[in-house]
Design a protein around this ligand. Structure first.
Ligand code: COA
Length: 330
């Protein structure tokens, strides 16, 4: 069957809460140093949402900005997909809260859990639905309030994460103008233990014992995750370049999930792409999981650093394990 429709990004938006948590402040909270955090991760500061700012509130601001950039009203949105692992609540899904906040009364809404790969997964799913002809446009959002799931006594994890949201408006276009040139998604459930929040779901509901043991917070085997992350992002990126018939030299930006500077540098090195083509903003935000790629995309788009026709590779990796890459032609 020949493809009739494609997709195009017609607006981007992002939001980070105003409260900034610096490495110097973390030095007073756990046994760490600014120097350790900078040299091992590249992170200098991160933003932390207020108590009255759940995941959907961060998403709301990013969505409103993306809609404004697209010149669209909330009522015109057909579909909202929110990628997050820090949902407002187990029920209902966070996309419905976002719908209510922005007044997107005509949208179909659901959320997706693929941790830090969530935005790449959600973009792929949204593109599939738009290409099928059933929807004309979509808000695809990555939004995370990770501060609500961090164990603030665990130096191995609490220094890494931050809160924020990013969104794009996708529009259905003719197949000839399709921006989504290729995608590659992957998952390996053998590694569920490497990056997880053990309690708070149906396997281990929250009890006083769970709370005392901090089991409702993020646990991670950092070193193992590191190795797998580099291989998976490099492999997925090479796959989409091959599928799209685009060489790495033709790529304007590689936009990797912002987890750790050393992971990002390794991905750039193995792909053979110079540092100036690899977008990095994690020094200001830390790891914002599903929000990191749309946040980066919005910064690049708003600062005029992406031009029509530019090739972009978005690549991510996260708990699950999950990973993926997308080749876009802007
Ligand atoms: N401050 C000071 N010391 C710390 C610390 C902190 N915040 N966190 C860990 N350490 C210590 C460890 O306890 C360990 O001490 P030990 O040798 O006495 O046991 C030492 O630093 C080295 O730990 P190690 O795990 O070897 O460090 P590393 O070089 O692997 O860096 C990470 C740790 C977490 C930064 C790194 O493994 C990483 O980035 N992994 C990927 C994590 C990630 O991005 N996950 C999300 C994917 S989406």
């Amino acid at each position: 069957m020949t493809q009739r429709y494609g997709i195009k990004i017609v607006g981007t938006g992002s939001y980070v809460p105003s409260r900034v948590l610096t490495n110097a402040e973390l030095e007073k909270m756990v046994d760490t140093t600014d120097e350790w955090i900078r040299t091992r991760t590249g992170i200098e500061e991160r933003h932390i949402a207020a108590d009255n700012e759940p995941c959907s509130a961060l998403a709301e601001q990013a969505c409103l900005r993306a809609l404004e950039a697209a010149g669209m009203t909330p009522e015109e949105v057909d579909l909202i997909i929110v990628a997050t692992f820090t949902a407002d609540a187990p029920l209902p899904n966070t996309a419905c809260f976002v719908q209510k906040r922005i007044g997107a009364t005509n949208a179909v809404c659901f959320s997706m859990e693929a941790a830090c790969s969530g935005f790449v997964y959600a973009m792929t799913v949204a593109a599939g639905l738009l290409r099928s002809g059933g929807f004309r446009n979509a808000l695809v959002v990555g939004s995370e309030k990770i501060s609500s799931m961090v164990d603030w006594t665990d130096r191995n994890t609490c220094v890494l994460f931050g809160d924020g949201a990013g969104a794009v408006v996708l529009k259905r276009v003719d197949a000839a103008h399709d921006s989504l040139r290729a995608f590659k998604l992957g998952a390996d459930g053998r590694y569920t233990d490497l990056l997880q929040c053990p309690a708070g779901g149906s396997a281990m509901p929250v009890t006083p014992e769970v709370l005392a043991g901090h089991l409702n917070t993020i646990k991670m085997e950092g070193r193992e995750v590191f190795k797998l992350a580099v291989n998976a992002m490099v492999g997925a990126s090479q796959d989409v370049l091959k599928q799209g018939g685009v060489s790495i030299d033709q790529v304007r930006w590689v936009i990797p999930h912002q987890a750790n500077m050393r992971i990002i540098s390794s991905v750039g090195k193995y792909l053979g792409v110079p540092d100036e083509k690899v977008y990095v903003n994690l020094q200001r935000y830390g790891n914002t999981s599903a929000a990191s790629i749309p946040l980066a995309l919005d910064e690049l788009a708003r600062s005029g650093q992406i031009k029509d026709g530019d090739h972009l590779v978005l690549t991510a990796f996260g708990g699950g394990l999950t990973w993926g890459a997308i080749l876009l032609k802007w």
